[in-house]
Design a protein around this ligand. Structure first.
Ligand SMILES: C[S@@+](CC[C@H](N)C(=O)[O-])C[C@H]1O[C@@H](n2cnc3c(N)ncnc32)[C@H](O)[C@@H]1O
Length: 222
């Protein structure tokens, strides 16, 4: 379906939705990006790339980008208001190493991220799809991590975090069988606290509700 200029077809809702315009210099609409863009020109340097999938409102990426000023962060979400908030947060903190992309993560990666280029991939609190019959809709599974691995540099970090017990245990169960990855937290399959890893908005929300976060951290072999 063709939508108007400031509208976008929402696959989940099955209708055109109005987009809030985002004027931040750190925001890039995926549709305006050439395929395989020159990220070094976009960021103005050759620093390594880090990708956050589903950045939400940007609490995590804003903190991580301050911890790693020598990495370039691409924060992707298809949630328009989240992209707006993430962009504003990065603008306010003056984070020149952050770009915010409104896009579906898999199609964006396929079109715009070179293979073997990511120093880090982060997925925090992805939608848990708690009903058993919906679990196949979860973003993170062995097949997806295998796909992500193609985009990661040797020595690159994969971080996954969730508040949802079954999701955390599932990812911690299949990760040891993923070829070419080592568990940074070994012998623990996951931890409930991770020093130096910023907390996202959803993590804080779930922790306030008394839930534990499952942190999984693997590294691709060098
Ligand atoms: C539960 S929220 C978590 C947000 C944030 N990571 C946090 O921890 O606060 C999940 C986010 O992932 C985004 N998301 C889910 N699947 C996605 C996909 N395939 N591509 C891009 N964004 C996605 C949603 O729009 C939503 O903003």
């Amino acid at each position: 379906m063709k939508c108007g200029k400031l509208k976008r077809f929402d696959n989940r809702k099955g209708e055109c939705v109005t987009l809030i315009p985002i004027t931040s210099p750190r925001f890039i609409d995926a549709e305006s990006l050439a395929s395989q863009p020159a990220w070094n020109e976009i960021f103005g340097n050759d620093n390594p790339l880090a990708l956050e999938i589903g950045c939400g409102t940007g609490h995590f990426v804003a903190q991580m980008a301050q911890l790693h000023p020598d990495w370039n962060f691409i924060a992707v979400d298809y949630y328009n208001k989240g992209c707006l908030k993430t962009s504003k947060r990065a603008d306010k903190a003056g984070l020149d190493n952050v770009r915010v992309i409104r896009a579906e993560a898999r199609s964006f990666m396929e079109r715009c991220i070179p293979r073997c280029s990511l120093r880090m991939v982060v997925i925090n609190c992805p939608d848990p799809w708690p009903k058993k019959r919906h679990r196949k809709r979860r973003l993170v599974n062995a097949e997806f991590v295998g796909y992500l691995s193609e985009f990661m540099l040797p020595g690159g970090d994969f971080h996954f975090a969730t508040d949802f017990d079954d999701y955390g245990e599932d990812v911690a169960r299949f990760m040891p069988d993923m070829p070419g990855f080592a568990n940074v937290l070994a012998p623990d399959p996951y931890r409930h606290a991770l020093a130096g890893y910023p907390l996202s908005k959803y993590m804080l929300k779930f922790m306030d509700a008394g839930k534990q976060i499952y942190f999984v951290h693997y590294r691709k072999a060098s």
